[in-house]
Design a protein. Sequence first.
Length: 135
Amino acid sequence: MLIYEGTKDNFLTSVEQDTIALEIENNIYERMHRHTAKNEFHAWENSMEYMYKVLNDQDIPSDAGIAIEYNIPQTSKRVDFLISGYGKHEDANVVLIELKQWDELEAVSGRDGLVQTYTGNAVRQVVHPSRKRWI
């Protein structure tokens, strides 16, 4: 299930109009019948501003697909942000992006793929976002 889908141009316009977080929140309510926590809403506001900066690049086609909060069927896993499109030879491509609100992190010695960061009101060992996409 996709919570938000559109083109790069749609996404950029929504961020410029400061409506993207509200659109995501409304879609979650419509599609999943649940409200979101304030911290999740604020995370979207912050993260989408950064993704706006990344996507505001002429080398990324205006019709590139943007998907936010893709819930992987038959699992409890989701992908925060996807960019999709076609390459020079019409080959399909997708980029998966895991968004985090971390200020800093440290590698966990002797534990491949784990980092230590402040999350959930405590310092915790968590899987690095790049490794999470492999799962």
